[in-house]
Design a protein. Structure first.
Length: 189
């Protein structure tokens, strides 16, 4: 995994990485994928991904499931991101590993790459503080600590390798569901 010497935060939101989420299949425990349902308009903004209908599909066993945002009057109640469970179906994330005494997780390879670019950089430039939803400023201290840099970079490399696997026996031991609890609060649109 290439780690650079400099990273400039552009204020990307975690929602940007919610288009493709790798999860543990509810039937076979292999790798499944959660994506926006096909045939829907493309989202205009990354935050729109939290309010789109979703489909869970496993190429291994063929299981599928559908998710629709709740409604409260005219408002749609979307998902809230964060933690080792994907927010739509509550499934454990496929990309998770123990790291620095904590649980390191990511939604997909693009998310792993974004984290690795920031964590691996020797010079980290913060972006505009205007967005309270930006991912980088919200990373936990243990991930951004220089003392943990090599361990976190190694953990991200392990997640990258995990993304290539799909069999039930390849499921991470941390993805047993014990830590997989979706966030309780919901976003409203």
């Amino acid at each position: 995994m290439d780690t650079g010497h400099r990273h400039a935060d552009r204020g990307a939101m975690l929602a940007r990485f919610a288009a493709r989420i790798l999860v543990v299949c509810p039937r076979c425990s292999g790798r499944a994928l959660v994506v926006p349902r096909p045939g829907r308009p493309e989202p205009r903004h990354s935050v729109d991904l939290l309010f789109l209908s979703r489909r869970l599909a496993c190429a291994r066993c063929g299981v599928t499931a559908e998710w629709e945002p709740e409604r409260l009057g005219n408002a749609r109640i979307g998902a809230t991101l964060g933690g080792p469970a994907e927010p739509f179906f509550g499934r454990p994330l496929w990309l998770q590993t123990r790291c620095a005494g904590r649980l390191l997780w990511a939604y997909d390879i693009e998310h792993v790459d974004a984290l690795a670019a920031y964590i691996g950089a020797r010079l980290r430039e913060r972006g505009s503080p205007s967005s309270s939803l930006a991912m980088i400023p919200r990373l936990p201290d243990w991930m951004t600590s220089a003392a943990n840099r090599s361990e976190v970079v190694a953990g991200l490399a392990a997640l990258r390798a995990q993304a290539e696997r799909s069999a039930p026996e390849d499921r991470p031991d941390t993805a047993d569901g014990s830590a997989a609890r979706p966030q309780r609060r919901r976003a409203t649109y």
